[in-house]
Design a protein around this ligand. Structure first.
Ligand SMILES: [Fe+2]
Length: 288
């Protein structure tokens, strides 16, 4: 009897491991449609990836590329953490650079900074020398990270801003609210004559983002809360908040809509339960 129970336990454990593995590699596409009278094109499609964390889906992320191609985007946006900078993880940019290079060959690509990219450049952190290497490799691919910069797409009437949020706002357990005027100081005034998109990796600061006034915020970081429970949503955030309010999906504040991606990768502990990797497709439609 004892051996039967041990075998049954091992079988269940193997099933659980297989399920977690499937969740880590399964990619879902989540589609959103938003409208605005500020757009100059009738339809404009954005594909957003966040939190790749050097993950490779299948052979050299071919599946990710195929899914992007299938959506036929006008542009691709990264909402941060395409690489991982961790004391527990050897630095390796190959997966991110390989995917970025192949996406950039086909589509205009706009890269917002996450806390892991920010960590690469922060003295005296040990990864400081890697910032120059990583951004140098990106430059060879003709891709740059938007660090408190904007890009205007005149044919679409869209202005994309990339917020470089300092490390102190990512600290754990407590909230560290962005002070009034922070975004204006970093980015200038939001362009009210265009459809404005803010790339802001940390979703928790939505109220500060909304005060600045973007139409759309694109965010990541939370990985969907790692484990998603029915009715309760994501279980834990990187800030170690249990059942975080900002876990995934759509959020609204004033005139601002935020789309929070569950991310497409994992790092340190490869765990996703009821929380598949995600590619986000956003169709913007001009309303008269
Ligand atoms: Fe992050």
């Amino acid at each position: 009897m004892k051996y039967i129970l041990i075998l049954a336990g091992l079988f269940l454990l193997a099933l659980l491991c297989f399920y977690i593995y499937r969740e880590c590699i399964r990619i879902d596409v989540t589609e959103y449609t938003l409208t605005s009278s500020l757009l100059k094109k009738d339809t404009f499609r954005i594909v957003m990836l966040s939190d790749l964390h050097e993950t490779v889906h299948g052979k050299d992320n071919e599946e990710v590329l195929e899914r992007i191609d299938g959506l036929a985007p006008d542009i691709v946006i990264f909402a941060g953490d395409m690489i991982t900078a961790s004391d527990f993880h050897p630095l390796n940019y190959d997966a991110a650079l390989s995917l970025i290079g192949r996406i950039a060959e086909k589509y205009p690509l706009y890269y917002g900074i996450g806390n892991h990219e920010e960590k690469l450049k922060r003295p005296p952190f040990r990864h400081i020398k890697n910032w120059e290497y990583y951004t140098g490799e990106l430059a060879k691919l003709k891709v740059s990270i938007l660090q408190n910069e904007k890009v205007f797409l005149p044919e679409a009437g869209i202005c994309i801003y990339g917020l470089d949020l300092e490390y102190q706002y990512y600290r754990k357990i407590k909230d560290y609210p962005i002070p009034d005027g922070y975004l204006e100081e970093k980015l200038g005034k939001a362009d009210s004559s265009s459809y404005t998109i803010l790339l802001a990796h940390l979703p928790d600061q939505l109220s500060a983002y909304a005060k600045w006034g973007p139409d759309l915020v694109l965010s990541g970081h939370v990985h969907g809360g790692v484990i998603r429970l029915p009715f309760l949503g994501g279980v834990i955030s990187p800030q170690l908040k249990l059942f975080p309010h900002f876990d995934s999906g759509l959020f609204y504040e004033g005139k601002t809509t935020m789309i929070l991606s569950r991310g497409i990768g994992t790092h340190t502990i490869p765990l996703r339960i009821n929380n598949s990797a995600e590619i986000v497709s956003i169709t913007l439609k001009r309303e008269e």
